[in-house]
Design a protein around this ligand. Structure first.
Ligand code: SF4
Length: 501
C-alpha cells in the first residue's frame, strides 16, 4: 500500500491498472512514453466534459469544487467545507483521499438523513460493465473517508429523448442507473485483490513484463501501445484477423510472435487467417480466383460515394435524439465510360438540420446509370434512415440505395495485401493499395475529427477564419476518401489480371 511519500492511485489510474498493471506502472513512473492522445480521443474527452457540465444542471444549488486536479489538497479542504454546510443539496467535483487513492466525484447528492447518493456521469446511452469499477473505487474512498453512501448511480444519456429545441429538458435527457449492488459486489470480491496487485506493481523496480495482446485494446486502446510494440515483429500475430484470445495464447506459449513462424498447416487457423499467413510469408498479395469475375462486372460509368456524419451525445437539431447519426456531407467521384473522372461534393453550411439539403443535392448528383461504390454498409444505413425521416425523397433514396456496391465486402472476400497489417480499414488499405495517396497531408485524417469539426462549424463563437479553414479541411478529407476508393479499385483491377481489363 502507498505511503505518504509513495505514488497515489486515482480513478483513472485504477481503471488503467485493471486493464494492465504495466500500463498503470508506466502511467505513474514513465508517462512520457505514452503516445499523444489522437484528435479523435481528444474529441471524446471534450464530449465527456460537455456532458458532465450539462448534467450539473440537474443539481441546482450544488457547490462546484473549482480547484483543479493538480491542487488536490486544496480541493479536499474545499470539499470538506462544502460537506459541512448542511444547506448545500449537492457537492459537484468533490475531492477525497483514502489510503493513497485520490478521487473527484462528479456529483454527491445530500439526503435528508445525512447520507449521500453518488452519481458518476457518463456520456454513453447505457450503463456499461466498465462503469462498475469506476463507481466502486469511489465508494471505497468515500466510505473510507467516513461518508455514509446510500446509493451509487451511473448518470447516462437517455437515447430515447427527443430534443425540442432551446434548452435541454435535463430530466428527459439523462437517466440514472442504480448500480449500488454491482458496485458493492465489486468492492467486496474484486477490489481488494485488484488494489493489492496494483500497489505491488507500483513497488517494483521496473515495469512488469507484460506482452501486448488483446487486452491492449479493451475496453480502450492503451496509450502505451506504440511503446510496447517497439521491437516486435512487423507481422506480429495480433494482425491475424478475428484471432481469439485462445489462439493468441496458444501461439505465445509456443514462443511464436511472428505470423511467418506459424507452422504450415497449423490447425487452429481459419481460412481467412491462413490466407493472411500465406500472403505475409510470400510477401505478395492474396488474390482470389474469383476476383477477375467480380471486376469484369464493375464497369464505368460508376460512382464512388462517402458520407460524413455527426452523432452527438447532446442533440444539435430539434426533432433528433442523442447519438442519432446525422449526415451533413457527401463526396462523389464519377468515372465515365470514356475514362473521365470528375468530383462533386456537398457540405452543409447553415446552422440548421442538414438532412434536407444533403438529400436533395445528393439525389441530383447521383443521377444516371452505374453502380455507386461505397466502403462498408454505413452509407446504405444512412440512406434508409433518411428515407424514413424525409418520405418525400424516399423513392429516390431507395433507388440510390439499390445501386450501392460495397467495395469493402469485395476486398474482404477476394484480396489481402501484407501492407494492410491485418486491417481492412480504408486508412490502412490506402498505404498498401494507393501508396501515393495517403491522409498525412490533410488537416482532418479521421471520421471522428470530421464530426467534431462540423460541430465546431456550428459553434457560434468560431471565427470566420476558423470556419473557413474547417470548411476546407472537411471538403478535402471527404474528397480524399472517395479518391482513395477510385485508386483501390484501380489496384484491384490490375491485381485481377488481364481478363478483367
Ligand atoms: S500496450 Fe498493452 S502491454 Fe503495454 S502497457 Fe498497454 S495494455 Fe499493457
Amino acid at each position: 500500500m502507498s505511503t505518504s511519500q509513495g505514488p497515489t492511485l486515482s480513478k483513472s489510474r485504477f481503471s488503467a491498472g485493471l486493464q494492465c498493471l504495466k500500463r498503470l506502472y508506466l502511467e505513474v513512473y514513465q508517462p512520457e512514453l505514452a503516445g499523444e492522445p489522437g484528435a479523435g480521443q481528444q474529441a471524446l474527452f471534450d464530449t465527456g466534459n460537455r456532458v458532465g457540465a450539462t448534467a450539473r444542471g440537474l443539481f441546482p444549488g450544488g457547490r462546484l469544487i473549482e480547484e483543479t486536479y493538480d491542487r488536490h489538497g486544496q480541493a479536499v479542504a474545499a470539499t470538506a467545507q462544502a460537506l459541512a454546510d448542511a444547506s448545500l443539496p449537492a457537492v459537484l467535483e468533490g475531492a477525497f483521499t483514502f489510503l493513497g487513492v485520490r478521487i473527484r466525484c462528479d456529483v454527491l447528492r445530500r439526503n435528508s438523513d445525512g447520507s449521500f447518493d453518488l452519481f458518476e456521469v457518463k456520456s454513453s446511452a447505457r450503463v456499461k460493465e466498465e462503469h462498475i469499477p469506476d463507481a466502486a473505487i469511489q465508494l471505497y474512498v468515500l466510505e473510507g473517508a467516513g461518508l455514509e453512501v446510500r446509493a451509487v448511480h451511473v448518470l447516462h444519456i437517455n437515447s430515447g429523448y427527443v430534443y425540442q429545441g432551446g434548452e435541454y429538458d435535463l430530466d428527459g435527457l439523462f437517466q440514472a442507473g442504480d448500480v449500488t449492488p454491482e458496485a458493492r459486489a465489486f468492492l467486496a470480491k474484486e477490489a481488494p485483490g485488484d488494489l493489492a496487485a496494483m500497489w505491488e506493481a507500483l513497488a517494483l523496480e521496473e515495469a512488469p513484463g507484460i506482452e501486448v495482446g488483446l487486452h491492449c485494446k479493451q475496453p480502450y486502446l492503451c496509450p502505451f501501445y506504440g511503446h510496447c510494440r517497439q521491437g516486435l515483429p512487423e507481422y506480429h500475430i495480433d494482425q491475424l484477423p478475428r484471432a481469439s484470445a485462445t489462439l493468441l495464447a496458444a501461439l505465445r506459449s509456443a514462443g511464436i510472435l511472428d505470423i511467418r513462424d506459424i507452422p504450415s498447416g497449423y490447425p487452429r487457423l481459419t481460412a481467412l487467417q491462413q490466407r493472411v499467413q500465406d500472403s505475409v510469408r510470400s510477401g505478395r498479395p492474396y488474390v482470389s480466383s474469383g476476383l477477375a469475375r467480380e471486376m469484369a462486372q464493375l464497369r464505368p460509368p460508376m460512382h464512388f460515394l462517402d458520407f460524413e456524419t455527426v452523432n452527438p451525445a447532446l442533440p444539435l437539431f430539434p426533432g433528433t435524439r442523442p447519438f442519432q447519426v446525422i449526415p451533413f456531407q457527401w463526396s462523389l467521384h464519377t468515372l465515365e465510360s470514356g475514362g473521365r473522372l470528375y468530383h462533386q461534393a456537398f457540405l452543409h453550411q447553415g446552422l440548421d438540420d442538414p438532412r434536407e439539403a444533403f438529400t436533395r443535392t445528393l439525389l441530383q448528383a447521383a443521377q444516371g446509370p452505374g453502380p455507386i461504390l461505397v466502403y462498408s454498409p454505413f452509407e446504405a444505413t444512412r440512406l434508409k434512415e433518411t428515407a424514413e425521416h424525409l418520405p418525400q425523397y424516399a423513392d429516390g433514396l431507395t433507388a440510390t440505395r439499390e445501386r450501392l456496391f460495397d467495395l469493402l465486402k469485395l476486398l474482404r472476400e477476394h484480396y489481402y495485401h501484407p501492407g494492410q497489417h491485418g486491417s481492412y480499414s480504408l486508412k490502412d488499405v490506402a498505404p498498401a493499395l494507393a501508396p501515393d495517396l495517403g491522409y498525412g497531408d490533410l488537416a482532418i485524417q479521421e471520421g471522428t475529427v470530421a464530426a467534431q469539426s462540423y460541430e465546431r462549424l456550428l459553434a457560434r463563437e468560431a471565427s470566420a477564419e476558423e470556419r473557413a479553414a474547417l470548411y476546407q479541411a472537411l471538403l478535402d478529407y471527404c474528397q480524399r476518401d472517395t479518391l482513395v476508393m477510385v485508386k483501390v479499385l484501380e489496384a484491384l483491377r490490375r491485381a485481377s489480371g488481364p481478363a478483367a481489363l
